[in-house]
Design a protein around this ligand. Structure first.
Ligand code: BT5
Length: 309
């Protein structure tokens, strides 16, 4: 958000201010104050003109400006009502040279999962694609994906819920999938050019609008969630893991439900069955099989019940 607008809002959040007082404190002309106030109103900030001056009555419920205001992470927010896929928009922004950008949508009409699968995106969900250019070799990028899963799980836990992460990055609530992550990247062997971390989180959506086995925050909480603060929390948490990647695996271990389970993992080289015994840098699942211990870097993991043997 424009830093002048942010300063105006900060002043109004404290108490009503007259136009001249604002002009004085922010260091702009009265005409410029008026223009900024009008622009903020257009973005959905309810600013009333009272005898005491301008008063901030309400923030927009869920929009780019609403999320940018008060966000303590260095990302530009681009909000759209309805898109095919936020990852696709972020990708074209990457091609235009952008970085530290979050593309957000209220609804996704052609959302993508991993391996050509689709992601159902009714209005009311959180669909976010974070475009960054980290100084990392491609091999380390799974840490960012896991960091996004941990950030998502911790954000949900802040609501008083108990989410679990299923390797590599499905977030489950009451054993049902509530969020998924799709990471895409471009780069060379020793350094990525860009990474897009796409997060889909079922916030205020009906379970009947989701595939079988899915749930939403609203369904579990029995009430709608405030997406503005939810997304701010998510982005701030993600940013901390991006800055401190060493913290990702310990936090992932704390929240996962895969280690200790019997699993069947389908990988590009076939199926591997055994007991998941750990996670190792940069996010590989360590599995004890009948023929020895293997570290699996990518795949689809199924938790087996004892009766599946
Ligand atoms: C994922 O794939 O879980 C990654 C999902 C990433 C979605 C975000 S939304 C923002 C950004 N823009 C995009 O276009 N994508 C990203 P995967 O592990 O392949 O899981 C896909 C499977 O999850 C599907 O085959 C369904 O079984 C199930 N699924 C689809 N939509 C779902 C939903 N809304 N909630 C829970 N499960 C769903």
């Amino acid at each position: 958000m424009d830093s002048t607008r942010r300063r105006i809002l900060d002043h109004l959040a404290e108490e009503p201010h007259s136009g001249p007082a604002l002009a004085d404190q922010v260091g702009i002309t009265r005409a410029a104050v008026w223009k900024h106030i009008e622009a903020l109103r257009e973005e959905g900030f309810e600013i009333d003109g009272t005898p005491d001056g301008y008063r901030l009555d309400a923030l927009p419920e869920y929009s780019g400006a609403a999320i940018a205001y008060g966000l303590e992470a260095p990302y530009d927010i681009e909000f759209r009502k309805s898109v095919t896929s936020t990852n696709d928009i972020a990708r074209s922004s990457a091609e235009d040279g952008r970085e530290d950008l979050v593309v957000l949508a209220d609804e996704q009409r052609a959302g993508r999962g991993r391996l050509g699968r689709s992601w159902t995106g009714p209005s009311g969900g959180v669909y976010a694609s974070i475009l960054i250019r980290p100084a990392l070799p491609p091999m380390e990028v799974p840490l960012l994906t896991l960091g996004a899963a941990v950030a998502t799980a911790e954000t949900i836990a802040d609501l008083g819920l108990d989410p679990k992460i299923k390797w590599p990055n499905d977030v489950l609530l009451e054993d049902r999938k509530v969020a998924g992550i799709l990471t895409e990247m471009e780069g060379e062997a020793d350094r990525v050019s860009w990474v897009i971390v796409g997060i889909g989180l079922n916030a205020n959506v009906e379970v009947t609008d989701l595939p079988e086995g899915a749930t939403s925050l609203q369904a579990v909480q029995n009430e709608a969630i405030e997406r503005r603060t939810l997304v701010q929390d998510l982005l701030e948490r993600f940013h901390r893991y991006r800055m401190y990647p060493d913290r990702v695996l310990p936090a992932w271990r704390d929240r996962n439900c895969t280690i200790g389970r019997d699993v069947r993992v389908s990988t590009a080289r076939g199926e591997i069955e055994g007991e998941a015994v750990g996670i190792v840098h940069p996010g590989a699942l360590r599995v004890d099989t009948e023929t020895g211990t293997v570290d699996i870097h990518a795949g689809d993991c199924e938790h087996l019940r004892p009766t599946d043997h």
